[in-house]
Design a protein. Sequence first.
Length: 21
Amino acid sequence: SFRDDYIKWGRIEVSWWVTAD
């Protein structure tokens, strides 16, 4: 679903941020 995709992308972005830190 669109919302599921949005949440998945958000989680990926957070993971990237954590990795960047």
